[in-house]
Design a protein around this ligand. Structure first.
Ligand code: SF4
Ligand code: SF4
Ligand code: FES
Length: 499
């Protein structure tokens, strides 16, 4: 370890790092030690092009760029003295010579580094009279990203991202001097599974996602920590909430899980939360064979009655459960607790699989596949055999992955059961055979813990309330247990302690 002193404070840092990397590793960069930077990004190669991160290093005659200056033992650094300040003001003046005066109509306003640093280092008046350069506005770089060439400060973060992270290299800087701009190659749009990350890392309003641009001003957003539910990686996200709706997911840095990235598919799964096909009302199957809306209390009583009748007639072994790999560990513990209290050992979990890559995307398409396994839920094959053989009369189902083509393909195999009790977030064909349907909350609406494919248990709070009456599956299951005069608290408590 080396000892360095920054603005009078001594730090111990690892050898071989640059000053910005060392301060970032210490967790003090922009959190106590403010060194403005545009082109440097903790997960990309060093570019050293913006010159905004200049600092004074004692014993070195010229100012140094902190992003590309290696730390050395005994180094003494000043990050905010008058000399440094003047240099940054000069950099900002040059950057703003050609930048449009667009902030009021720019979608990045409120989370723009150029805007932030202009407050700290900008001049009140321009010293140039020449017209600002006119470049192309609203350029479609691909299906997901819109580009405003005039706003680009040529930090090359987006170019390096495409080259170094997905490895697709769609973007390049073309032309020279004040005609330089970012372009795609002819006939090769920005098109990769991680394309929308370029909008996150663009420090200005040059790159915006087609999905979010001009939908809501960012200062109206409340950013709540969340977990993407698209696969078993469990990427950390900021859930952006405005007007009781989720408006976007953006990456939340976690170097152990997703660095600072999200895949495009996972990013867009926020749309599931406010989707029009959410199940919003409890329902029970009426005498005419149709599902009829009812209250949660009546749905719970109806579910309990189906289970009570089956147990009285044929014993607890005929009640079974299909868990969901989308449910939280707390929901799964409640389901195990209910089954244990009932005396049934018949259960399983369907986990849908799909394409994967070596970067983030995992084959299991649910956030809590590992949590379901740890909770004791195995492959659903034996349970499905038992259903086909007539050994199950009542089935509790969390979610509808069981009718995915990788499992049943259709709900018909469940049609002969005396009772199908469905707790689910979204409408599906499974409702055709359900006797009781109870709306469930999305992870963003209930919070809780999920376990990613590496066994990392991650906790998130609820980000918003659902637009309709719904409680978490664990609470529904507890109410069903209560209606049956059973207690599942011990199992839930044991699970919490294990976590
Ligand atoms: S588009 Fe954004 S990220 Fe790309 S070079 Fe320009 S300012 Fe940097
Ligand atoms: S890799 Fe998986 S967890 Fe991460 S954003 Fe994509 S779908 Fe979500
Ligand atoms: S951040 Fe150091 S030169 Fe750009």
């Amino acid at each position: 370890m080396l000892r360095i002193t920054v603005d009078g404070t001594a730090y111990e840092v690892e050898e071989g790092l640059t000053l910005l990397q060392a301060l970032d590793d210490l967790g003090v960069l922009m959190k106590g030690v403010d060194i403005p930077h545009y082109c440097w990004h903790p997960k990309l190669s060093i570019d050293g092009s913006c010159r905004m991160c200049q600092v004074e290093v004692e014993g070195v005659p010229k100012l140094q760029i902190a992003c590309d200056t290696p730390v050395r033992d005994g180094m003494v650094v000043h990050t905010g003295n008058e000399r440094v300040r003047k240099a940054r003001e000069g950099v900002m003046e040059l950057m703003l010579v050609n930048h449009p005066l667009d902030c009021p109509i720019c979608d990045q306003a409120g989370e723009c580094k150029l805007q932030d640093y202009a407050f700290d280092y900008g001049q009140m008046h321009t010293r140039t009279r020449e017209p600002r350069r006119a470049l192309k506005k609203r350029v479609d770089l691909g299906a997901t990203i819109v580009f405003d060439q005039e706003r680009c400060i040529l930090c090359r973060r987006c170019v390096r991202f495409c080259r170094e992270i997905p490895g697709t290299s769609e973007l390049a800087i073309t032309q020279r001097g004040d005609r330089s701009t970012v372009e795609t190659f002819p006939g090769k749009p920005l098109e990769n599974d991680y394309s929308m990350n370029v909008a996150d890392i663009c420090p200005v309003g040059a790159l915006t996602t087609r999905d979010f641009r001009f939908k809501v001003r960012v200062w109206f957003l409340e950013e709540v920590p969340g977990i993407c539910t698209g696969c078993s990686r469990g990427c950390n996200v900021h859930v952006g909430v405005a007007d009781d709706q989720v408006r976007r997911y953006t990456p939340r840095r976690n170097d152990e899980v997703n660095d600072t990235w999200l895949c495009d598919y996972g990013r867009m799964t926020y749309q599931e939360i406010g989707a029009p096909d959410r199940i919003s009302e409890p329902a029970v199957r009426g005498d005419a064979g149709q599902l009829v809306g009812t209250t949660l209390e009546q749905a719970v009583e109806c579910a309990a009655q189906l289970m009570r009748t089956a147990v009285e007639k044929e014993g607890p072994g005929v009640v079974a459960a299909l868990a969901s790999a989308h449910a939280t560990n707390e929901d799964l513990a409640a389901l195990r607790g209910l089954l244990a209290a009932l005396g049934s050992e018949t259960h399983g979990v369907p986990i849908v699989t799909g394409p994967a890559d070596a970067l983030l995307i995992r084959p299991e398409k649910a956030a809590n596949a590992e949590g379901a396994r740890v909770a004791g839920f195995g492959e659903p094959g034996l349970l499905l055999d038992k259903i086909r053989g007539g050994g199950v009369r009542v089935l509790i189902v969390l979610g509808h992955d069981i009718i995915h083509e990788q499992f049943l393909g259709s709900p018909e195999a469940l049609a002969a059961l005396d009772g199908v009790i469905l707790l689910d977030t979204h409408r599906s064909r499974l409702e055709q055979v359900a006797h009781v349907v109870i709306p469930a909350r999305h992870l963003a609406e209930k919070g809780g813990t999920v376990t990613n494919f590496e066994g990392r248990v991650q906790a998130v709070p609820a980000a918003l309330e659902p637009a309709f009456e719904a409680v978490a599956e664990a609470q529904v299951l507890a109410r069903i247990a209560s209606a049956l005069d059973l207690s599942i608290s011990d199992e839930s408590e044991r699970k919490r302690e294990t976590d």
